[in-house]
Structures are given as C-alpha cells and as structure tokens.
Write a new protein. Sequence first.
Length: 89
Amino acid sequence: MPGSRPDEDTVMWVVHVTNETFEQLTSRMGLTPEQLGDCFIDGTLAKKSDIIPSGARVALFPYNMVLLCGGQHLKGHGYTRGELDVDYY
C-alpha cells in the first residue's frame, strides 16, 4: 500500500463479498500468487480455496516473508501432520 512502513501495521478495509475465496480476494486486490508469502485468515494459515467470512481479518505478506520456522506444524509437510490439505500460492 502506498505510504506503508515495515515498522507499523498497515490496515486496508475492503468490502466483503459473500462466498469469496482467498484466491478471489487477492485477485480482486490486484495481487498475483507470485507476490504472496504466507498469509492468514483470522490467524490461521490461508489456502487459496478458503472462504473469507464476514468481518475476517486477513493478513497478507509478500513472497519474501514466510514463516521463519518453515511452518512445518502449520503446513503439514508430513513431518508433523500429514492429514492437512495445504495449497501453495
């Protein structure tokens, strides 16, 4: 966002669209999958097929900002939880 700084929160309000997926939201915002790092919906790692609930807080991070630990416990790489369905942007 124009005028945003890395040392403070940047908040952008967007109109909620019923049954819109994370992928559709980011596309509507003009973002491509290649621009995104790990992103979250209400604190949970987002998948492109996730439906955005009304009033949700969506955290978007650029491609060069991913979980420092690699997110094994969240992404389920088979090392911890293989039953998780994980999409990569």
